[in-house]
Design a protein around this ligand. Sequence first.
Ligand SMILES: [Fe+2]
Ligand SMILES: [Fe+2]
Length: 216
Amino acid sequence: MSYQTRPTYSDFETANHGFAERLSCCLQNIVADEPTHARFLNTLSMLEHMGARRIMITQSNLGLRQDVLKHMAEEARHAFFFKRQADKFAGKSLDYHPRHLIAPAFARLYFKRLESFIAQDMRREENPTLITYLCMSLIIEYRAIWAFGLFQKTLDDAKVILSLKSLLSEEKGHLADMETALADHEIASASRLASYFSKEQALFTKLLGSFEKGVA
Ligand SMILES: [Fe+2]
Ligand SMILES: [Fe+2]
């Protein structure tokens, strides 16, 4: 993947075209079985919680502004949203114990490895924690918007009542915020972002494989 200009969501979608059917197929199997669906929703809750927690840990300094606090609060709410849905489908209250999740070890690794890859690359730049947060969030939002769109379609096709509409619109808002914030940071160059996209895609491929195994 090489880009003259910074990659856009449409570039991301094109690069992931080959995975759409595979993820949809995996999601169909997940949604078809209520206990598995509950574990999957709980896994999404865990990932959203990790996102909120990382923002809180890395951005809690004197420079903390309203937009970042809003982002943190919304990701925490997404964790709550998915947990509430997970409990509903499970018919009981679920914690984040591995038996209540799908491929939890790799789901955590996906997040951690991507963040450390970006942090390592940005370590000698000015304000590396802020720029790492912006780049990491940009890429995660691309993946979230893409995957939640496919998830909604799978839910609708299976006639499962669960709307991701407001969550999806908040993720789109975050993406727009990250794009705006990154516009002022030339160090987040097109080639750097393209390399983060490739890294994320490699990690996502493994995550998808882990989900497929976890569901089979
Ligand atoms: Fe989120
Ligand atoms: Fe988000």
